[in-house]
Ligand binder design. Structure first.
Ligand code: GDP
Ligand code: ZN
Length: 315
């Protein structure tokens, strides 16, 4: 029997069987439990799995179907392991805001590093537009220009006056949408508006009072209509990349990668001090935005220092 993973707690999975409009609580068959794998979890929300029911409620997961794509992040518990966040995504929606919590453009670039390796289309949503004044409006237009030029969509909404919400729904229609963002940007508020049956607690009620009552560490899938799904992921604190090498970052800055064919060292160029680097010269000429290049350099620096010990441990 084939089903869709709509929720996971790490040891239990909720599986939806569309044909029968029914769910099972399932656990993994022994052979699926990975021990030496780099992944902390072999199955994630969005996966299609083959299950064998034990009774009307419980089932065993025997295998996972091939994935169209997936998103992994460095495990918060073990930096040498990767956590599988979700699979089979049509659109990654990154929610952010220019008002509380403080906006960091670098966070967008970091998030892109998690979607770009799998070519997952990205929509960046700026929430709390009701609070934007002239300065924020100007900043929004500037950011929109930067990211749309690279090929990502940028949209602005407000959960308080509903501006942009209908367009957001249009952009998400008939897709499996992965919703991510730092806590406090208004992810739960957005889900409550576009999927009124869900009733997510917003952070005033749960998270801010110390150890939140709603601290899920796993993603969860809900549907807005028959073909439109939202995978809600826990608020991201920081995104770190112990698993990446310098060139992984270089290749996932899309506009840099395209330009690298004009670098002397081609796709092996790290775009720092190499002679005849098309990326560096383009940034000097303003053809690549200063911001993306700075953001890139700081990511490389971080990866260099983070992995220094590991790179040199055999010396
Ligand atoms: P989450 O942590 O990303 O799920 O964020 P929440 O949905 O819990 O929202 C965090 C805070 O931002 C709450 O106090 C919300 O009331 C507020 N908020 C959410 N959306 C908006 C908005 O569009 N405008 C304004 N002014 N506040 C918002
Ligand atoms: Zn270069």
């Amino acid at each position: 029997m084939k089903g869709l993973v709509i929720k996971s707690t790490g040891s239990w999975y909720e599986i939806y069987i569309a044909d029968e409009d029914k769910t099972f609580q399932a656990r993994l068959a022994g052979k699926l439990k990975l021990n030496k794998s780099q992944l902390t979890n072999p199955i994630a929300v969005g996966d299609y799995v083959i299950i064998e029911p034990e009774n009307n409620i419980n089932a065993i997961i025997h295998s996972v179907e091939n994935r169209k794509n997936y998103i992994v992040r460095q495990s918060p518990k073990n930096r040498h392991q990767m956590h599988l966040i979700a699979a089979n995504i049509d659109l990654a929606v990154l929610v952010t805001t220019l008002k509380e919590p403080k906006f960091k453009q670098g966070f967008i670039d970091r998030f892109i590093i998690t979607t770009e390796p799998q070519n997952i289309p990205l929509l960046i949503v700026f929430n709390k537009a009701d609070l934007y004044e002239k300065a924020e409006m100007y900043e929004f237009e500037k950011i929109k220009e930067i990211y749309e030029a690279i090929g990502y969509k940028v949209h602005k909404v407000s959960c308080y006056n509903n501006q942009g919400i209908e367009e957001l729904l249009d952009l998400m229609k008939s897709k499996v949408n992965l919703l991510s963002g730092q806590s406090g940007v208004g992810k739960s508020s957005i889900i409550n508006i576009i999927s009124p049956g869900t009733n997510k607690k917003t952070s005033e009620i749960s998270d801010h009072s110390g150890k939140g009552t709603h601290t899920t560490t796993f993603a969860e899938m809900t549907n807005i209509d028959k073909n439109t799904y939202i995978i809600d992921t826990p608020g991201i604190k920081t995104l770190t990349f112990n698993n990446l090498e310098i060139l992984d970052v270089a290749h996932n800055f899309k506009e840099f990668f395209i330009l690298s064919q004009h670098c002397r060292f081609g796709s092996n160029c790290t775009h720092r001090d190499e002679p005849e680097c098309a990326v560096r010269t383009s940034s000097e000429k303003g053809l690549i935005t200063f911001y993306r290049y700075q953001s890139y350099l700081s990511l490389l620096e971080e990866i260099d220092s983070q992995n220094h010990w590991e790179r040199n441990k055999d010396l």
